[in-house]
Design a protein around this ligand. Sequence first.
Ligand code: HEM
Length: 201
Amino acid sequence: MAEIVRKSSVDEILNHWILAGSCILLMITGFAFLFHMEAVASVFGGFNTMKEVHNWGGVVFTLSMLYSMRHYLKDAFEYDADDAQWFKVAGGYLSHKVKVPPMGKYNPGQKLYYLAVVGAGIAIALSGFAIWFMKDNGTIMLLAHLVHNVAFCIFVLAVPVHIYLGTLANPGTFKLMVSGTLPLEEAKRRYPKWMKAAGKM
Ligand code: HEM
């Protein structure tokens, strides 16, 4: 039987589902607040209960985002010459003629995506808690709403791209979100530097 490699631990898989679930719930309810969508609010029992769901969803998102640092933060700060070359050829997404350099466990696009999630995540969490608890301070309210909306735009741009790349654009990748495993031969092809470091090739 083909040897299987574990890319994500059970801990990582659960963390990702909670992070993704809370993030998407926040994006849907956030959109509904921004554009005053009665139909969406009615699903949650009205705007007041949707606000409760949004606030506590924010707590879940903040905790899972902070917890995810133990999985991805170290990798997200490490780049080498192959990563620089990966940017030059746009990861091979724009042309099949370019040679994509060998990758480690995560490609630089994924590492930058993670830094965007953490950066925008911290900004959206801090401003969200300010909106929740500092209603009496007009200046902070104004600033917090601005930061909250700018960070929201980053999520609106980055998350759909991430979902597309994790599903349709790279068939087989979604399996990593569910089982966290892949066949050794595929791992060797997709993450040769990681497999070399693990002594598998
Ligand atoms: C619900 C739709 C989503 C799908 C289908 C999805 C899919 C995936 C997959 C397949 C991976 C593993 C990639 C690999 O190891 O090569 C992954 C990793 C990851 N996902 Fe998601 N994801 C979703 C939502 C989210 C959301 C909403 C966030 C954050 C707000 C997020 C954050 C991450 C992070 C930080 C990683 C690890 C590093 C990276 O691949 O960039 N994901 N996702």
